[in-house]
Design a protein around this ligand. Sequence first.
Ligand SMILES: NC(=O)C1=CN([C@@H]2O[C@H](COP(=O)(O)OP(=O)(O)OC[C@H]3O[C@@H](n4cnc5c(N)ncnc54)[C@H](OP(=O)(O)O)[C@@H]3O)[C@@H](O)[C@H]2O)C=CC1
Ligand SMILES: Nc1nc(=O)c2c([nH]1)NC[C@@H]1CN(c3ccc(C(=O)N[C@@H](CCC(=O)O)C(=O)O)cc3)C=[N+]21
Ligand SMILES: [Mg+2]
Length: 291
Amino acid sequence: MSADIIDGKAFAAALRARIAGQVETFIAAAGRPPGLAVVLVGEDPASAVYVRSKHKAVREAGMEGFEYRFPADVPEAELLALVDRLNADVNVDGILVQLPLPAHIDERIVTTRIDPDKDVDGFHPVNAGRLATGLHGFVPCTPLGCLMLLRDRLGDLSGLDAVVIGRSNIVGKPMAQLLIKESCTVTVAHSRTRDLSSVVRRADIVVAAVGRPEMIRGEWIKPGATVIDVGINRTAAGLVGDVDFAGAASVAAAITPVPGGVGPMTIAVLLRNTLVSAHRRAQVPFDKDAL
Ligand SMILES: NC(=O)C1=CN([C@@H]2O[C@H](COP(=O)(O)OP(=O)(O)OC[C@H]3O[C@@H](n4cnc5c(N)ncnc54)[C@H](OP(=O)(O)O)[C@@H]3O)[C@@H](O)[C@H]2O)C=CC1
Ligand SMILES: Nc1nc(=O)c2c([nH]1)NC[C@@H]1CN(c3ccc(C(=O)N[C@@H](CCC(=O)O)C(=O)O)cc3)C=[N+]21
Ligand SMILES: [Mg+2]
């Protein structure tokens, strides 16, 4: 193995410590803590684990967490009524409805009901549009976390060839938007891409967000590339990413592990977005780029 391992867990811990410091300053100025509401529908064990670790991180940062749980068969209208109440609650700066939702609930309707200025997930179409057009708004946590790791590692990304594998609204598309903004030459691959290995082969930056265990092979990676593995796959062998880690690590310059790479960044950026939201809503000045 020759690649450096990008320690997302350590980077996220340092970011969370800086956030905790800024939370104290915010409380002194605003007289209340930043508040994040997390809504969980159903009993999916993986979702329950994420929600618990989000909550722990919220409290450790000195923020206030509001947690709501519904049974899997909750009517959509009841969920929307909660979103309306949270939109109106002055102590709530951020609202996160854990996805996926049960099949009888339309995720688009729920996501679109959240006030875009409390949408710390960055999933509302208004925030997607803001990102696409260069306006201020919330950027989805996972892609922004990936970008922070890339900038920390590579500095200026301009002119680099980047390939994003996956085109979901929550990871692939916003990741591509961020890399375009960084002046990378961006290719977005997906299930209909022909000859994925050749597409990956030319990339200086590979971001894998597919949801298929170890499908991005080490032999596809250009020597010296930086590999960001977003995938979280539970297999008999344990938690693995979308990248063949051992194979890729023998040719890449740097690679994120799973676990301990992108996942912890997602949670740290969620806290960051909530802190930014609190400052905006309370009209307390804040330099988010200094975090
Ligand atoms: N670490 C973290 O914080 C997070 C991790 N994740 C993980 O990231 C992964 C992706 O998540 P998400 O974007 O929500 O997933 P989706 O299932 O929404 O999207 C998967 C994407 O991968 C593409 N794809 C599927 N099969 C192939 C293939 N054989 N070749 C090329 N592309 C393919 C799909 O293409 P098409 O559009 O054509 O169907 C689609 O665009 C998952 O493992 C998920 O668990 C997700 C969010 C946060
Ligand atoms: N509204 C919404 N917002 C989300 O941001 C959201 C969501 N729904 N639904 C599910 C996905 C997935 N996601 C992860 C968060 C943290 C880890 C994480 O902390 N992973 C650790 C440990 C993983 C483990 O042990 O299970 C790691 O990779 O090291 C992973 C994945 C957020 N998501
Ligand atoms: Mg659904």
